[in-house]
Design a protein around this ligand. Structure first.
Ligand code: ZN
Length: 127
């Protein structure tokens, strides 16, 4: 493995995707769908191995960074949704009209003056 890229989080994701497809394939009885999943599994594992044995470390790092950015966006969305659900009785979540940041305000009826901590934009919101 000297001079080779090895495994990163993107590769681990590809391995998990491979096994997830394998698991799905057990329950698929349609022969054409099964073949399509088989081909998809082959593409995923060949790509993962190609990445692991690649000598172009710089390019693999860029791919991993792009993957981590997308992965974190999805992870943050789930974290925020879980938090919104947990705090749904005490807080309301609103979007800043200027920068789009999620802001949390007390769930109290009436007019609220909100100042965005990210862009310092002040606006009023009725709940
Ligand atoms: Zn803002």
């Amino acid at each position: 493995m000297q001079g080779r890229y090895g495994n990163d989080k993107f590769n681990y994701f590809l391995y998990i995707l491979f096994w997830a497809l394998w698991l799905i394939n057990i329950f698929v009885w349609n022969i054409t769908a099964s073949i399509v999943i088989d081909l998809l599994m082959l593409v995923v594992i060949v790509y993962a191995l190609y990445r692991a044995f690649s000598k172009n470390i710089n390019k693999r790092c860029i791919e991993n960074r792009a993957f981590m950015s997308a992965f974190n966006r999805v992870k943050n969305w789930f974290t925020l949704t879980k938090r919104k659900f947990k705090e749904r009785k005490d807080y309301k979540y609103i979007k800043c009209p200027s920068c789009g940041a999620q802001l949390r305000v007390k769930n109290k009826k009436g007019k609220h003056i909100v100042k965005c901590p990210r862009c310092a934009n002040e606006f009023s919101k009725r709940i």
